[in-house]
Design a protein around this ligand. Structure first.
Ligand code: UDP
Length: 246
């Protein structure tokens, strides 16, 4: 499948329905495939982090999390079908696991958070098998890989924050025995209730990023580079236009 290039990162151009269908297939194939959900911050981080760039390129599924990516793709003249927040794909996957009696392993966040998230997930998705948890502050990968492989999960939620989670999945995919894994940032904090998602109205206005910045002001520093992202998209489009390609 050809990917849509958005300032150096290729995205799969899918509707949410198709993306979820593909996730289900990857789970059933059980070949330690991995999905990434880059937002503009991650795309910009990939400009000068070759390890991250390669982890994104090798992913089995790359979906656009963040309205900034969708806007940039439009500016570039190669629009993406939909913005797909990683956590929403995660929710659809958990629902599928519950329906089919498949298992999930929760990796990441501060000690105790994954266990809390597991309790909530079991309430939200009755029938789901949470086959293991581990916090995200381990020193060595090997013992964690052994623990995950003993549980042989159909789905591995990798919530180590970006770019750690993307690089971790790329580096460990070959030694893992899982169905599908996905880098889902702060999702375990959301499920555990230690961090809230923005209210629906803010989500619908594409202002989830602003809500998160108000709740966690240190994030303002991280998103301060966002205008640069859109400016780069415009600059590229204009260059294409003058080169007669756009
Ligand atoms: N985290 C982790 N290990 C680390 C660094 C971070 O498990 O070494 C966790 C952190 O506790 C939090 C998540 O990764 O639960 C990052 O959440 P954030 O919302 O910052 O995700 P991002 O915006 O980076 O995708």
């Amino acid at each position: 499948m050809n990917r849509v290039d958005v300032l150096g990162v290729g995205f799969d151009n899918l509707t949410s329905e198709n993306a979820i269908k593909l996730c289900k297939n990857l789970i059933d194939e059980h070949r330690s495939a991995y999905m990434v959900t880059p937002n503009p911050e991650i795309v910009m981080a990939a400009w000068d982090n070759s390890e991250l760039r390669s982890a994104l390129e090798r992913a089995d599924l790359v979906i656009p999390d963040g309205i900034g990516v969708v806007k940039a793709a439009k500016i570039l003249g190669t629009p993406l079908k939909e913005r797909l927040p990683g956590i929403e794909v995660g929710e659809a996957i958990l629902e599928y696991l519950a329906q089919t009696g498949k298992s999930a392993f929760l990796l990441g966040a501060k000690p105790g958070v994954a266990e809390l998230a597991a309790e909530q997930i079991k309430k939200l998705y009755p029938g789901i098998n949470i086959c293991g948890t581990n916090d995200g502050y381990f020193k060595e990968d090997a013992p964690v890989v052994v623990k995950i492989n003993a549980a042989k999960p159909d789905f591995l939620m990798v919530c180590l924050g970006a770019p750690k989670q993307e690089i971790w999945m790329a580096q460990n995919a070959a030694s893992l025995d899982v169905g599908l894994m996905a880098g889902l940032g702060g999702s375990l904090d959301v499920f555990a209730g230690t961090v809230e998602r923005a209210p629906k109205a803010w989500q619908n206005l594409n202002l989830e990023w602003l809500y998160r910045c108000i709740k966690e002001p240190w994030r303002f520093k991280r998103i301060a580079r966002l205008p640069l992202f859109l400016i780069k998209a415009w600059a590229k489009r204009i260059r294409k236009f003058f080169n007669g390609k756009g």
